[in-house]
Design a protein around this ligand. Sequence first.
Ligand SMILES: NC(=O)c1ccc[n+]([C@@H]2O[C@H](COP(=O)([O-])OP(=O)(O)OC[C@H]3O[C@@H](n4cnc5c(N)ncnc54)[C@H](OP(=O)(O)O)[C@@H]3O)[C@@H](O)[C@H]2O)c1
Length: 263
Amino acid sequence: MKLGFIGAGEMGGALIKGLLKSGWPKEDVLASVSSADSARRLTQQYGIAAYTDNRQTTQKADVLLIAVKPAVVPQVLAEIKTAAVKPVVCMALGWTLEKLQTALPGWPVVRIMPNTPLALGEGVTLFAFGKEVSAALRRQVESIFCRLGKTVELPESLFDAGTAVSGSGPAFVYAFIDALAQAGMLQGLAREQAVELAVQTVIGAAKMVAVEKISPAALAQKVATPGGCTAAGMAALQTANLTDTLAKTVAATVAKAKEISGK
Ligand SMILES: NC(=O)c1ccc[n+]([C@@H]2O[C@H](COP(=O)([O-])OP(=O)(O)OC[C@H]3O[C@@H](n4cnc5c(N)ncnc54)[C@H](OP(=O)(O)O)[C@@H]3O)[C@@H](O)[C@H]2O)c1
């Protein structure tokens, strides 16, 4: 199955990287981008065919993956519409199934929201399937993303919430790692050492939650012996109200997603 990326910047590039790392043949991945420089870079970096003409990708691919900025999507859909009907997977923020189906009547369309850790096989991809998508195509599309981490089907009414937690979430976690490392530096750790400790701690703690199947709050309690130093730190964290800060962070992200999609 040949996958054709229309747009291959941060997100499309992360997907291509993850797919190739997972063993997807490079001959079965192609892309078109806006500048000749980006096309050259993609070929040099990944050994894939890359063009500056979307018609090339549209004609040669079996499945099209749209990874351009939301504002560029109308132009791209108008271009691909001139080709034979084929499955279209769109990851542009705010591009609902209804909008996609209106632009491409009768085409099987899938709305997804991936995140950049897909590049390392540790991503999350949210899915919603259009009415023209057969059960076989559904399995086929899911099987592409299963190789790159978790896949979760969501009703579209929850897409903005899911987008805030997993699509934008990596940025929030990077900010947390940075803040933890900076806090360690204030206590005398060297920058490199502080970042290394913070990163491995986040990896380890996330794995504990995933593997032990115990709630994060219960795990936090296990680490914080009453009267001990972790409990003192947790009390300071509660006073600073991390929960409220993250609620505001996610709410602001959802509000922006709604604004972009014109809701
Ligand atoms: N970044 C994320 O973490 C993330 C997460 C989930 C979803 N998304 C979604 O993914 C989409 C892409 O975001 P991004 O962050 O990857 O953006 P980006 O880094 O700016 O990449 C955009 C890509 O689109 C190409 N492009 C621009 N105009 C084009 C056209 N007319 N035809 C074909 N290609 C064109 C660009 O080519 P040049 O390089 O030549 O300019 C570039 O490769 C967005 O809709 C966003 O909502 C992003």
